[in-house]
Design a protein around this ligand. Structure first.
Ligand SMILES: Cc1cc2nc3c(=O)[nH]c(=O)nc-3n(C[C@H](O)[C@H](O)[C@H](O)COP(=O)(O)O)c2cc1C
Length: 190
């Protein structure tokens, strides 16, 4: 078990797929957004913009839009028969979009996303990236609602909320190190 608090949070984070309906308060959201913007950013371009959605009815609508795009796809047949919500009942969705600032704009946004998720974990909140929302969130209609201009790339959709049940971190394979070049003369490999 690691004792460093940052490493503990990294180990603790897991994708939460059941939320209590409580709303995450505005100060907490601002803290999470501030953590997101502390991410490294190529050429200091800070290409990220954020849209925060805390309206359950609208989240339900976006979930239905996303599911409509799955019709005819084998993996979705069972899910489409249920009232499955792609946002798992979370009351907050944070969308991160990238301004067209160069080749690393999307990478910057993902770094911001991870900062946000780790900060949320540290504050006792659950998160989950919802990639299946991206197509629906990228439609002109939703962009207009969320003030995300067509020139921006919708990168990440992250739900945030109070976990309804404990979440156990998923296991990981050990890091596969394909090379580790050590200083010459110290028995290193090349
Ligand atoms: C780009 C991306 C897209 C994802 N999309 C979804 C999704 O649409 N629905 C979902 O339930 N989880 C989604 N996840 C969460 C992954 O399933 C999860 O991170 C993975 O299973 C590892 O589990 P962990 O996050 O608990 O460690 C996504 C994760 C990433 C990084």
């Amino acid at each position: 078990m690691v004792s460093n608090p940052v490493l503990q949070v990294i180990r603790q984070r897991c994708s939460v797929r059941a939320y209590s309906p409580d709303l995450v308060d505005a100060d907490t959201i601002r803290t999470l957004l501030d953590a997101a913007t502390r991410a490294p950013t190529a050429m200091h371009s800070e290409p990220w913009v954020f849209a925060v959605v805390q309206d359950i009815a609208r989240l339900h609508r976006y979930s239905e839009m996303a599911k409509a795009g799955w019709r005819g796809r084998e993996f979705a047949t069972a899910l489409l028969r249920t009232d499955f919500n792609i946002f798992y009942g979370a009351s907050t969705l944070i969308v991160i979009a990238a301004r067209p600032s160069g080749p690393f704009a999307v990478a910057d946004c993902w770094l911001a996303a991870e900062n946000l998720m780790l900060a949320a974990t540290a504050m006792g909140l659950g998160t989950c990236c919802v990639g299946s929302a991206i197509d629906a969130l990228s439609t002109p209609a939703v962009r207009e609602e969320l003030h995300i201009a067509q020139s921006l790339t919708v990168v990440a959709a992250i739900i945030v909320g109070r976990p309804a049940e404990p979440c156990l971190p998923a296991s990981r394979k050990p890091a596969e190190v394909v090379s580790w070049i050590q200083p010459q003369g110290e028995g290193g490999t090349s």
